[in-house]
Design a protein. Structure first.
Length: 269
């Protein structure tokens, strides 16, 4: 049995407070036997303004946040998919929304930069989102070998682009990690539907780690972190409030599903 966890948080404007909250939940996941845990998007900062992220942006491979992630993964003997954090980009005033993967020895073994940026209008208190004003589009899809299987990486708005997930499956992905900070209006109608669709059409596990509740900046996020089976079943979930969602990732069961229902080998296009 290989257990994996998704972490649900209500991150705020204080980086250290957010890191402390993440540590408590990561320790809970490790104590329950998780081999890998996924933190939500913006786990380290939900700023009052988009430009707040510039003040905490780090160079890749160096900085307080990355040092913390390395130390806690090593202390807990836990693989961590570190939601997103701002990483500096050469010759750019904007930053990358980067999801870093740390192994149980504290080494950063993968980095994925959010490819699809949330430039939309939504009927919530904020009304309009333009991530591309402060973030750079990622360019490279990422799969990484982990104790729970080959992990395909995506972030929040990416889940609306099924071609990314099909590409990750072509690269061998068995599990998708999707840290997110979904808005309340879109989450209510689209969150579960999109996540289950990505699981079903790719016969893959989906680990969706979310922000939840009302944040200091006035933004309200949907929550409902969940882990979904390759058959589209919700194996475990948490509706609201910070906490840990944990379940077994059974790759033998997944292989059996893919064998008896060979949709991935029957594609015509």
């Amino acid at each position: 049995m290989t257990l994996a966890a998704v972490i649900q948080m209500t991150s705020g404007t204080d980086v250290q407070r957010n890191l402390d909250a993440a540590e408590v939940l990561l320790k809970q996941a490790a104590a329950q036997g998780a081999a890998l845990a996924v933190l939500p998007e913006n786990f380290v900062l939900m700023g009052r303004h988009e430009h707040d992220k510039f003040a905490i942006a780090e160079s890749f491979g160096d900085g307080k946040i990355q040092s913390y992630l390395s130390a806690i993964s090593r202390e807990l003997n836990l693989w961590i998919v570190a939601g997103t954090m701002p990483i500096k980009v050469s010759n750019e005033t904007r930053v990358a929304a980067a999801s870093l993967v740390f192994n149980a020895q504290g080494e950063c073994v993968a980095r994925y930069d959010k490819m699809h940026l949330f430039d939309v209008d939504v009927s919530d208190a904020q009304g309009s989102y333009r991530e591309s004003a402060s973030m750079v589009h990622g360019q490279v899809p990422m799969c990484v070998d982990t104790p729970i299987g080959k992990l395909g990486m995506a972030i929040c708005y990416d889940m609306r682009f099924p071609e990314l997930f099909r590409l990750l499956v072509n690269q061998g992905a068995q599990v998708f990690a999707i840290p997110a900070a979904f808005t309340m209006p879109t989450g209510r109608v689209h969150w579960e539907v999109l996540l289950r669709a990505r699981a079903i059409e790719n016969l893959s596990y989906v680990m969706a780690s979310a922000q939840t509740g009302l944040h200091e900046n006035g933004r309200e996020t949907w929550g409902h972190s969940m882990i979904i089976s390759p058959w589209g079943e919700i194996l475990n979930s948490r509706s609201e409030a910070p906490g840990v969602v944990i379940t077994d990732i059974n790759l033998q069961n997944q292989a059996a599903i893919r064998q008896r229902f060979p949709v991935l080998s029957q594609r015509r296009l």
